[in-house]
Design a protein around this ligand. Structure first.
Ligand code: PMP
Length: 394
């Protein structure tokens, strides 16, 4: 029998930890603090049902046939208007519609990375970004923004791009302050690296008004040509099931990314694009936001109170001021968090281990805990189960 050609070598680098915690949500009775899911209570089900039916009837051509690769002009215009400021005047040429933020990250890798090239990535790093770029086998320079000797110029030198989630990073929940945003931009200008601003949580500020984005800070009032490649998504503002995301960048960058998209999926669903466009235009996301913030703020507070009650002997963490996650360090260095994650499943709770947010898969010191999916009661029970699991290592 002829041997089949082997799989690409990067597949051998992935481990099974990721699939364990991603599929744990299916286990009956388990409290899932491991995923990054929005609460079903905030999905605008009736509005999306009504709008999607309406757009198919009113715009059969846009929704039913093949769409232009960069996106429907209608949605590109809505997004250009939504993100335009005096400093950053945008047109549809600055916008590429993608199939979720995930495809945006993947296209960026295809266009900007040759195999083995360097990425300066905010550390710890979003797992989906690591997955998107794994086929390019990049070299990672971790950017540790909270380190006293953090030097973005040094980190970005020689990198094709720098990757950051300035608003409530996944996994760390960290908010990058205004001064550091400016430093990142200055370093990108100095080194010539592109600056990827991945911003799914940009609206989820619980304690203060939003800071300006890197995109906003980098404009000078002329047509946008800056170093920022901004990635947005409907996933946390409307619903992840629509699978609509976008990239905002200089027109030449959008053209290059559109070429990559053509070979990837040709275009994103016209029904979903038109639904997202109308939902934004008709204020569905903006009107829902106060309720979303109230719900998530209460859940954040509930989780932090439960951690305080059950886990202060075992974990250290900072209360995040937005987003969806608490990032905690395990005090006992003997506990490896991958092992902890597996044992947690026996105790009926799931968390995600820090190793999956490390390009080298080595960091065993921390865990990511999600607070948006579960009710305060479940969060409290989940924290108790986590404490029981940690105590079982004694
Ligand atoms: N970036 C980050 C940091 C995320 O947390 C997510 C969602 N988990 C995404 C991008 C992409 O989300 P989506 O593909 O659902 O738009």
């Amino acid at each position: 029998m002829t041997d089949r050609a082997p799989f690409a070598s990067w597949l051998n680098d992935t481990n099974d930890v990721i699939s364990v915690f991603l599929s744990a949500g299916q286990i009956p009775g388990l409290i899932n603090l491991g995923g990054g899911l929005p609460s079903p209570d905030v999905w605008p089900v009736e509005e999306i049902a009504e709008i999607s039916g309406r757009v198919v009837r009113e715009y059969p051509t846009e929704t039913m046939t093949y769409s232009p690769v960069p996106g429907l002009p209608y949605l590109r215009d809505v997004l250009a208007k939504r993100y335009s400021t005096d400093n950053v005047p945008l047109t549809r040429d600055n916008v590429l519609v993608t199939t979720g933020g995930t495809q945006a990250l993947s296209l960026i890798g295809q266009v900007l990375l040759n195999p083995g090239q360097k990425i300066a990535a905010q550390s710890p790093t979003y797992l989906g970004a690591l997955d998107a770029w794994r086929p390019r086998t990049p070299e990672y320079q971790p950017m540790i923004l909270e380190a006293a000797d953090f030097d973005p110029v040094q980190d970005m030198t020689g990198a094709q791009f720098a990757y950051t989630v300035p608003n409530f990073s996944n996994p760390s929940g960290r908010l990058v302050g205004l001064e550091q945003r400016k430093e990142l931009l200055a370093a990108a200008q100095k080194t010539g690296a592109w600056l990827i601003e991945d911003d799914p949580y940009g609206k989820l500020y619980y304690d203060s008004d939003p800071l300006p984005t890197l995109l906003e800070l980098s404009g000078d009032g002329t047509p946008y040509s800056g170093p920022v490649i901004y990635v947005g998504t409907v996933s946390k503002e409307l619903a992840p099931g629509l699978r609509i995301g976008w990239i905002i960048a200089a027109p030449e960058m959008i053209e290059a990314l559109a070429t990559a998209k053509q070979g990837s999926d040709m275009f994103s669903s016209g029904v979903c694009q038109m639904t997202a466009a109308k939902a934004y235009e008709e204020g569905v996301a903006d009107n829902a936001l106060p309720r979303v913030l109230a719900l998530y703020r209460a859940r954040r507070d509930a989780l932090c109170a439960a951690l305080e009650k059950h886990l202060s002997d075992h974990l250290t963490w900072e209360k995040p001021c937005g987003g969806m996650f608490v990032w905690a360090k395990v005090k006992d260095p003997a506990i490896q968090t991958e092992q902890l994650m597996r044992r947690c499943l026996d105790y009926g709770v799931c968390i995600s281990p820090s190793s999956v947010f490390d390009p080298e898969g080595k960091d065993q010191s921390g865990i990511r805990i999600n607070f948006t999916l579960n009710t305060p009661e479940k969060l409290s029970e989940g924290a108790k189960r986590l404490a029981d699991t940690i105590r079982s290592f004694d």
